[in-house]
Design a protein around this ligand. Sequence first.
Ligand code: ATP
Ligand code: MG
Length: 567
Amino acid sequence: MASLEEIIRKHVLKNAHDYGLAIPAKVVGKVIGECPEAKADMKGTMKLISEEAKRVNSLSKQEVEKELSQFTFEEKKEEKKEIELPGAEQGKVVTRFPPEPSGYLHIGHAKAAWLDYASAKRYGGKLLLRFDDTNPEKEKQEYVDAIKKDLLWLGIDWHDETYTSDRMDELYRFCEEMLIKHAAYVCTCPPEKIKKGREEKVACDCAARDAQESMALFRKMRDGKMEEGEAVVRFHGNMKSENTVMRDPTLFRIIKAPHYRQGSKYSCWPSYDFAAPIMDSLDGVTHAMRTKEYELRNELYFGILKALELRAPKLIEFSRLSIKNAPLSKRLITPLIEQGKVEGWDDPRLPTISALRRRGILPEAIKEFVLSFGISKVESEPGWQKLYHENRKLLDSKAQRRYFVRNPVKLVVEGAPAKEVEIRNHPSNMELGQRRIQAQREFYISGDDAEALQAGELFRLKELYNATLLGKRQDALVAKYEAEEGIAAKKIQWVPYGKQISCKVKIPKDLVDEQGKFIENSMLVDSGFCEPSCAQLPQGSIVQFERYGYARLDEKGEGGLVFIFSC
Ligand code: ATP
Ligand code: MG
């Protein structure tokens, strides 16, 4: 086992290497973590660390690197659940995440993206990010940007970024190939007739149209000479098939709306069914994963590739994530935004990645949560608790502690001395430092604590002193100062009177009920005061309000601080 001196040397060098200068307070937690006995003599340990930091800070960068190279650091733990892909070869796996830029990512997308990314990593392969953007009516650059930002925040990066809409000319050529081979045809029936034919399992006359005529019509469609709904390209499937997907599905349709990336260059757009297999094949995807509800479309996926004599990737299905009482689909989220029922895509009540970030849910917690389901087709409907549990586990060691008193009530402690206390920001993580609070004899405590205290009861103002409650006056509780030390069963948090900071904590609750109906007033708000040091917290900080919960500082406004309850 390494000596304490060696452990200190290693962490001081690492700190100097990573940050350019070793700071003893940043190193001490790591040293104690590896050598818990060093805690017994903190003063001595700190002295050794400071001396070593002084020595290391006088070394050149090269010298630090040289010394550091003698040490090894524990690698991050590997994924618990190993992903297994059929027929996967090390170094040759290519997966893709194919979002449509028609909204922001939600936690269901995070599941898909993490499975794609973790699978590629597992085999030393590549993940491609492909924007499946062939529906101009719904797509925006804003969504492309948000999707990339959210993926990076989640910890996912990609080998290459592509856009299906950049490949339109190729897709047109493949369509023509299908028409020539009579694997597809142009159908000029009205949409209602097409629908009826599918229901009744009967083909329309267009199915018999010869290739030349289909080609001529397709060119008209492509060149903007036909109107929306006048014609579509359909796959020659089987109108009698029990699989409804195979009843001559649409491959191309006319959409005249301008496209966010291609402008008005195209007005004839491929369906997902046509573009997805071709793009997967051309991009060299070896394992294409998608959610289980696409299973019926597999026959079509392979049918198109076969007609075009293109290489077929392996298709793998996994279950779609759904969470109890959460609208986990863009189809459900978009109307809430459009109708102004929520603030926007990052409204903390939504299951979007931007909302979870705003609430103080860490990306590592999301990763653990979504990967815990693995590539499995088993359906389940977890609640949020499992994600919150992961998040608390991660935050526990790194979130600073603070006092927040909800529905505050004034407390006067008679006979108490003025006192300045230094309170640790974390019970065991010394790296998080401490804060000073000046206490006179007047405080705010939470309404709940005030309510629960009985006259004659001994309690302790946390980190300060003990007091006995004398009684409750109309405007305040009155207590008598007892001793600095000693045991009092009840410890309560406090905020010094006159130095309090106004504080609101927004608490997001379920947006929809079991029937999917919108719940009004799903954002609760707790109001109160927090301690003065909270004013120095940067926006975005996540703290633990003791005996209350974790919260992320969302806004520092004129009226005080606004936090969002995390978990
Ligand atoms: P939404 O219903 O939110 O519009 P979508 O499937 O239409 O979802 P896309 O942008 O097309 O949204 O999805 C990109 C990828 O994310 C697809 O591979 C899709 O299967 C996957 N995905 C979407 N929602 C979920 C979910 N709830 N659970 C797991 N994967 C999902
Ligand atoms: Mg989709």
